[in-house]
Design a protein around this ligand. Structure first.
Ligand SMILES: *Cc1c(COP(=O)(O)O)cnc(C)c1O
Length: 244
C-alpha cells in the first residue's frame, strides 16, 4: 500500500464522514417515502480495495455491515476488521473450492447461486459447528456471463435447502444489468420485489425471506423505493476505487 501524508489521510476520512452522513440521510428519506423506518433498511458498505483503517473509521461512525467480494482480499484484511462492531458478509462470486476458507469468518454469504455451492457451504458449516446464513443471487437480467440463478431455477434451489444442515437462506440478492435509463433498472428492481414477496408467502424449510439485497451507489434510493431492505454501497461512501 502506498503511504499518504497525514493531510491526505485526514481529508480522506473527512470525505468518508460526509459521505456516510449523506447516505444515511438518503436511505432514511427513501425508507420513509416507501412507508418504512430508516432502521428497516440495512446499509452495507462494499469495501473492496478499501484499507481496514478506513473501513474501521466508517464503523466508528456507525456502519454495522461490510461486504467483501474476493476471498483473497478478505482474508488478507480479516485480522484488521473491527468485527466486534460490524458484521462481515461475502458478496462476490464464490468458487466451491474456496468455501472452506470463509465459512466461520463471515456472517452471511450473499452470492449463492447453485445447489453445489449451497451443499459445500453446508458441509463446511457442519465441520465448523456454525450455521451460515445466505442469500440466493438472482441473475434478473438473464445476462450470459453473470453469476446468479435464473428465475425459473429459483424454486429448485430454495426447495433443496431443506436437505442441507447448518444453513439458512435469508433472502435474495441481485446485481442488475447496467442500465442507461431509469425505467429499465426500475423494472428489474420491481421484478425482484415480486419474487421476494411471492417466496415470502411460501413455507419452505431453511428459508426465510428477511432480506432483499439490491441497490448500489448509483441507484440505491430507487432500489429502496422498489422494496429493497439492504443496499450495498461502495464508491459513494469511499470514493472512486483505486486498484493498488
Ligand atoms: C462493489 C460492489 C457493490 C458496490 O458498488 P458501488 O457501485 O461502488 O456502490 C455492490 N455489490 C457488489 C456485489 C459489489 O461487488
Amino acid at each position: 500500500m502506498t503511504e499518504r501524508s497525514s493531510t491526505a489521510l485526514s481529508d480522506e476520512l473527512e470525505s468518508v464522514r460526509a459521505n456516510y452522513l449523506d447516505i444515511c440521510e438518503r436511505i432514511s428519506r427513501a425508507a420513509e417515502k416507501s412507508g418504512r423506518k430508516s432502521d428497516d433498511v440495512t446499509f452495507l458498505a462494499a469495501t473492496k480495495t478499501v484499507e481496514p483503517r478506513i473501513i474501521n473509521y466508517a464503523v466508528g461512525l456507525g456502519l454495522r455491515f461490510i461486504g467483501e467480494n474476493k476471498v483473497q482480499e478478505m482474508l488478507s484484511k480479516y485480522d484488521d476488521y473491527d468485527l466486534d462492531n460490524c458484521q462481515l458478509h461475502f458478496i462476490g462470486h464464490l468458487q466451491t473450492n474456496k468455501v472452506r476458507q470463509i465459512v466461520g469468518k463471515v456472517s452471511m454469504i450473499q452470492s449463492v447461486d447453485s445447489i453445489k455451492l449451497m451443499s459445500e457451504i453446508s458441509k463446511q458449516s457442519v465441520k465448523n459447528d456454525v450455521t451460515t446464513d445466505m442469500l440466493i443471487e438472482v441473475n434478473i437480467g438473464r445476462e450470459e456471463n453473470k453469476s446468479g440463478v435464473l428465475v425459473e431455477n429459483l424454486d429448485e434451489i430454495l426447495e433443496a435447502a431443506a436437505q442441507y444442515p447448518n444453513i439458512c437462506i435469508k433472502g435474495l440478492m441481485t446485481v442488475p444489468p447496467i442500465c442507461d435509463n431509469k425505467p429499465n433498472i426500475l423494472k428489474y428492481f420491481d421484478d425482484m420485489y415480486k419474487l421476494f414477496i411471492d417466496i415470502s408467502g411460501k413455507t419452505l424449510d431453511n428459508v426465510s425471506m428477511d432480506y432483499l439485497s439490491m441497490g448500489m451507489s448509483d441507484d440505491y434510493e430507487d432500489a429502496i423505493l422498489c422494496g429493497a431492505n439492504m443496499v450495498r454501497i461502495g464508491s459513494s461512501l469511499f470514493g472512486r476505487r483505486i486498484y493498488r
